[in-house]
Design a protein around this ligand. Sequence first.
Ligand SMILES: [Zn+2]
Length: 81
Amino acid sequence: MVSRDPQFDLWPPRILVEELDARAIAGARTRVQAMFKVRYEREPGVHQVFFDHHGWYCAEHGPACKAVREVTAYRERSATT
Ligand SMILES: [Zn+2]
C-alpha cells in the first residue's frame, strides 16, 4: 500500500499543455520540430518543452523533466482521437 494525500486524489492539479508555433518563435530555419508550453496549476512558472534532433527536453530541466512526459502523453492522446 502506498499512502497518498487524499486531497491530491480529490483535486488533481490541472496541467495545461499548449502547442506553440516553433517556426514563428525560433525562425523558419529552426531545427526545433515542436514546441510546447506546460503549466501546472499549483506551481509557478512555465516549462518550455522542445523536440528536436536530440529528442524531447525541457528548456529549464532537461529531458528528465516531468513536463516532457505530459507533452508526449498529450501528443499520444491527440494522435489517437
Ligand atoms: Zn521543466
